[in-house]
Ligand binder design. Sequence first.
Ligand code: NDP
Length: 248
Amino acid sequence: FGNTLANKVIFVTGSSSGIGEQLVKDLVTLGAKVVAVARRIDRLENLKTSLQNAPGSIIVKKLDVTIENDVKKVVREVLAELGHIDILVNNAGVMYFTLMEKYKLEEWNAMINVNIKGVLHCIGNILPSMLHSRRPGHILNISSNAGVRPFAGLAVYTGTKYFIEGISGALRQEVSDRNIKVTCIQAGDVKTELLSHSTDRDVVDKYDISKAVPVLTTKEISQSIIFALLQPSHSAVNSILIEPPLAS
Ligand code: NDP
């Protein structure tokens, strides 16, 4: 990329809160052309309004990444409007603390649908256009420290993030000689809405260590992502593991 994000077209999923929202703010401030997608379009519209005087630009679109046809449609619209997508940030994700013995199938499926299938839908619909454009490309997947070691109470979530690590490594081997980078951000606990969805309070109380240790802010994660995106073409940051100092 040289080392500027100005005018890069960057597609960010899960932009309506937390890490995605902060990242969109920082990217637009750096002059990027950001496509911000999520289901809560009202929040995206507010984000757009807050960035109207920033150097870059922002297009917002309502998108549920679990619905493949909708992903296809939105990607087609963006390509028609902007010509190409330089960078895909697969950030949308959900996490439920559940014990395996409780067989919370609905919550397990939600994690599989968003964290796995949603990522596949976005890569599958965007990667061909990246390769076709012959421009340098970058796919950045928001994994987790649960993508490199398991956490009790988060078995299925851990599984979804190991999946992300697996496909990222394989994809990197498929496309690195065609000027596409693949990066995983392995984040520890970050203060966002992510922890608020779990229904089993006992499990949260037992295993959620974020109450006991300091947690990261979305700004630190956004800065890590931007560090990876700003590398010159001869440097590929394959993964960044970033955790609070006391995480174990
Ligand atoms: P938030 O809950 O704040 O953000 C999650 C985002 O995902 C929201 O914008 C939400 O938007 C979007 N999303 C959820 N379901 C869908 C869907 N079906 N289609 C489209 N978008 C969807 O949490 P975080 O910012 O913390 O999470 C972002 C990523 O970071 C996730 O992948 C998470 O696993 C990862 N992560 C988070 C950590 C943490 O401690 N917070 C640690 C490690 C990794 P909407 O509801 O509007 O659709």
